[in-house]
Design a binder for this molecule. Structure first.
Ligand code: ZN
Length: 387
């Protein structure tokens, strides 16, 4: 063997080692079984494919946790993980699955509506692969996800994404963004089939209220808010007035000309009243230090503090940061506030009220998120679902 061939062989072997070692971490992350403990309110667990069979066997066949009330009432669909990097939405949904008990009406909770997005992090953004929440029994570990459907599940992207059915042109990458693909279509892309399945759930179960949980940058005006279309606006505004005594919150109108978003299409293509909540997540901002788990969960960043001193942020921000218990707590509290207004609203048909017991903002601030996560090892295997 000539020295030249030997040199090439060594380089090829080294490249293979890098590929296998680096690839294994990403493979393990994509297949990490994230445990969810079934709380006292859960009456059954469904899958999105129960509402659209072609999703069966795909990465997006997300779990649907059903919590049926003791009394008949209305229906609520809670969506976490539309954008899997917005972790407070996922954790709020999981805290609900593990703790909420409906008194009147039924809850349908999907913590990972973009399961595919939750299986791909952003290595080029140096995102962590996982994050862990401390509890009394140790820590609970979660996948850190990306904003859009994993390209391993849907690829390639077109040059321009044409929204279905409205025909609006959007940027190419939005074809993998759940929140540009509502109301979906049965024979569309994986992302469109996912929103179609959720719409089928809304229609088949006569869901009254749909709540989509998000987080946003502090440098972006649409945060600390409820986004609502005209049909949901009165309920959102009244909830805002009451919630304003607990924390800073405002309402944003859903623009009627911007298509594909849950707060627009869910209301236009079903009888349900949609609401989208945004909490402030410093990790998402661009001028920050390293994208660490600490930044994700504590939300303290010196560059954002400097931006705040210059008046560049859209929320109040100081050395206490935006810790995860505050963000999860405000999502739960806002959800309870909106449902309370729903019950009083003229939009609520008789008998379609919704009442539930669920940890609120003050419970989370006082005890932290970990206090509301259950120990998967302390319950029987039939009480744990891997999501
Ligand atoms: Zn989002």
């Amino acid at each position: 063997m000539s020295r030249q061939v030997l040199g090439k062989a060594i380089i090829a072997v080294l490249a293979l080692i890098v590929l296998v070692v680096g690839g294994k971490e990403l493979y393990d992350h994509r297949h990490y079984p994230e445990p969810v403990v079934l709380g006292p309110g859960v009456t059954r667990v469904e899958s999105l494919s129960d509402y659209h069979a072609p999703l069966k066997g795909t990465t997006n066949d997300a779990k649907v946790y059903v919590l049926e009330g003791q009394e008949e009432g209305g229906g609520v669909l809670v969506l976490g993980g539309t954008h899997p990097g917005e972790v407070a939405g996922i954790l709020a949904a999981i805290v609900m699955v593990e703790n909420a008990v409906p008194i009147k009406g039924d809850l349908y909770i999907i913590p990972h509506i973009s399961r595919s997005g939750s299986t791909g992090t952003q290595p080029t953004g140096a995102f962590p692969l996982y994050y862990e929440i401390e509890t009394e029994f140790g820590s609970r570990k979660f996948r850190m996800g990306d904003r859009v459907t994993n390209p391993l599940d849907q690829w390639p992207d077109p040059d321009v994404f044409i929204h279905y059915p409205e025909g609006q042109s959007l940027s190419y990458v939005e074809i993998r963004n759940i929140n540009r693909c509502w109301p979906g279509r049965p024979d569309g892309t994986l992302t469109e089939q996912t929103t179609y399945a959720a719409m089928q759930l809304v229609r088949e179960k006569g869901i009254n209220v749909v709540i989509d949980l998000h987080e946003a940058e502090l440098l972006y005006p649409v945060t600390n808010c409820i986004v609502a279309p005209t049909k949901s606006a009165t309920i959102a505004a009244l909830a805002q007035i009451n919630l304003g005594m607990d924390f800073d919150i405002h309402t944003e109108p859903s623009p009627s000309g911007y298509r594909g978003l849950s707060h627009r299409e869910v209301g236009d293509y079903s009888d349900a009243y949609p609401f989208l909540f945004e909490a402030p997540e410093p990790f998402l901002d661009q001028p920050t230090g390293p994208k660490t788990q600490e930044l994700l969960l504590e939300g303290v960043d010196e560059f954002l503090l400097a931006a705040g001193r210059k008046g560049l942020l859209f929320v109040e921000y100081d050395e206490t940061g935006k810790p995860i218990e505050l963000r999860v707590g405000r999502h739960l509290h806002t959800l309870l506030g909106v449902l309370s207004e729903w019950n009083w609203s003229s939009a609520c048909p008789p008998g379609r009220e919704i009442e539930l017991e669920c940890p609120d903002y003050y419970d989370l601030i006082e005890n932290g998120v970990g206090a509301f996560l259950r120990d998967p090892d302390a319950v029987g295997p039939d009480q744990v679902v891997f999501d």
